[in-house]
Design a protein around this ligand. Structure first.
Ligand SMILES: Nc1ncnc2c1ncn2[C@@H]1O[C@H](COP(=O)(O)OP(=O)(O)OP(=O)(O)O)[C@@H](O)[C@H]1O
Ligand SMILES: [Mg+2]
Length: 526
């Protein structure tokens, strides 16, 4: 605690012993100590700061003759003081004086306390007397880092025998405790501001990442999907996203959440297929303490944690019948019980489900509840497989190439025509995810600035037979590479075969022979 500066208005000559245990002052000292303890507790409690100050004022009024109290703080560098908390209700005169009165300003500027034993004798305070009763005025600085950041102003009942030096010291200690609390509070506020700022930035980043514009596709099918997403995002409707593996279902689920009114709340994902059957129920709905062996404490499930936000149930086709019943109930009544619990928990969660399963077949096979499908089926988005939207392939390939090449710090500018032909001919059983993997591999093996056909995996080299899954022969692989290289040379030579031969350091005869052999339409490059 800081030392108390000397009083500007000492009253009497008092010895410096703090605790005169044998004297009459003992009970007063004990009262002061216990007040200081209570004040420090009030200031360190989790209440908001203003409430803490009022608690301190109450304590001072109760045990220390305080009639009115105010804490005024500087609003900013070179700005006047402002009242942060004050008693005295609507007495604006008192509050104005506590913040802007001549004495308050003097204490703030000098950093030294002032005690006026009799307010009636101080001209600048003459208007402060309540009911004509005599008062004592005390104003002490709130010191932070050796300079005043505000003042504590107090009016006490006048007592002729008061020891004014001790009074000043006592309130000086109180002031230094308040100053310390202000410091802590400012640190907390700075921390919170930083976190809030960080949160806003991250949310913006997420929103941007899952912006609809990041879902690529100019095909009519994808345009329709985007239109549906836009329609449904604004609502609270349950969405079911259906499509083969790797078609972008999760991306769409995220985009719906981050473009909805729930964007600032949680987006939680549960992979129903990845969780063991025994865990999924408590994962989704939480459990009570002792619900099963190992349930040592109560745990919130994802439904509770997603309250106000969205819950993405991936692979919904894989949930077991018991969980299906519970899901049905949440969808109907928006409530559920934790595992081992009886109390109904209400939640406000938007459900987005996805599956690549044939749910109708699952219903026929008795593994999926028909009534659950009806509940989920409110708004269904079908994501078409990539082979049915070939016009998206190039755009996606270019996008992945650019992104992955940048990640690997490689300068790869384009995809060669033969490679494009192969990408277009392939039937993409793994959909967009497979295309992404193919481009990743191509970037890794590519040694120049063009992705050639031979940078693509063998499955694509023989696109027309790939459905049979056969391995390609050495001869056909070499042929594909050769064809690719010659086509590239022809492109650079703008269809001039002699020039292409020079570029390849081969004779025109050989190049012409290969052009015929591979049926390359060289005129295409003219
Ligand atoms: N239209 C698209 N534009 C850009 N990237 C896409 C698009 N569709 C899918 N992707 C990307 O392809 C990958 C696979 O997508 P996602 O995980 O959303 O598929 P999924 O349908 O959930 O697959 P699964 O059924 O296997 O879980 C992701 O990296 C995703 O970013
Ligand atoms: Mg998925």
């Amino acid at each position: 605690m800081s030392t108390i500066p000397t009083m500007s208005a000492p009253a009497r000559d008092v010895p410096e012993t703090a605790f005169d245990l044998g004297g009459t002052r003992t009970s007063g000292e004990i009262r002061k100590l216990s007040s200081l303890l209570e004040i420090s507790q009030a200031l360190s409690s989790a209440m908001n700061f203003k409430a803490s100050l009022h608690r301190v004022f109450d304590l001072l009024e109760k045990s220390h003759d305080v009639v009115r109290a105010a804490v005024s703080l500087e609003a900013g560098p070179r700005l006047p003081l402002e009242v942060a908390a004050a008693t005295g209700g609507r007495d604006h005169g008192w509050q104005a004086g506590a913040a802007g009165g001549a004495l308050a300003r003097q204490v703030f500027a000098s950093g030294r306390p002032v005690v006026i034993p009799r307010v009636s004798r101080e001209p600048s305070l003459a208007d402060r007397r309540l009911d004509g009763e005599e008062r004592t005025f005390v104003c002490v600085p709130l010191q932070l880092n050796r300079r005043a950041t505000g003042v504590l102003s107090l009016e006490l009942r006048y007592k002729p025998d008061r020891d004014y030096e001790r009074t000043g010291k006592f309130f000086g200690v109180v002031a230094s405790m308040i100053a310390h609390a202000i410091k802590v509070q400012r640190l907390i506020r700075a921390d919170r501001d930083r976190l809030v700022e960080e949160n806003v930035r991250l949310q913006g980043e997420l929103r941007e990442r899952y912006d609809f514009s990041h879902i690529l596709g100019t095909s009519r099918a994808m345009q329709a999907v985007c239109e549906q997403m836009t329609q449904v995002a604004r609502t609270n409707t349950t969405v079911l996203i259906r499509g083969e593996s790797g078609t972008g279902k999760e991306l769409i689920a995220q985009a719906i959440h981050y473009n909805s009114q729930r964007a600032s709340k949680a987006f939680l994902k549960v992979s129903c297929a990845a969780l063991p059957e025994s865990l999924i129920e408590s994962e989704l709905f939480g459990h009570e303490k002792g619900a099963f062996t190992g349930a040592a404490t109560r745990k919130q499930g994802r439904f509770e944690r997603a309250d106000g936000g969205s819950l993405f149930l991936d692979e919904i086709g894989d949930v077991n019948p018991a969980v299906q019943v519970k899901l049905l109930r949440v969808l109907q009544e928006r409530e559920f019980e934790r595992v081992g619990g009886v109390e109904a928990v209400k939640v406000d969660v938007r459900l987005i489900a996805a599956t690549n399963k044939d749910l109708e077949a699952a219903i026929a096979g008795g593994t999926f509840r028909e009534d659950l499908l009806y509940r989920l089926n409110v708004f269904t988005i079908f994501v078409p497989p990539l082979r049915e939207r070939k016009t998206d392939v190039l755009m996606l390939a270019d996008h992945f190439l650019e992104k992955i090449a940048a990640d690997h710090r490689k300068r790869i500018h384009r995809i060669s025509t033969p490679a494009i032909d192969m990408l277009m001919a392939y039937h993409w059983p793994g959909n967009v995810r497979e295309l992404q993997n193919v481009m990743e591999r191509a970037v890794l093996v590519c040694d120049g600035d063009v992705v050639h056909a031979h940078h693509l995996p063998p499955t694509l080299q023989m696109a027309d037979t790939s459905e049979a899954g056969a391995m390609q022969s050495l001869e056909s692989a070499v042929a594909a590479v050769e064809k690719d290289i010659i086509q590239d040379a022809l492109k650079m030579a703008r269809g001039n075969r002699a020039k292409a031969a020079r570029l390849l350091q081969a004779t025109p005869r050989i190049v012409n022979y290969k052009i015929r052999k591979y049926r390359i339409e060289w005129r295409r490059f003219e």
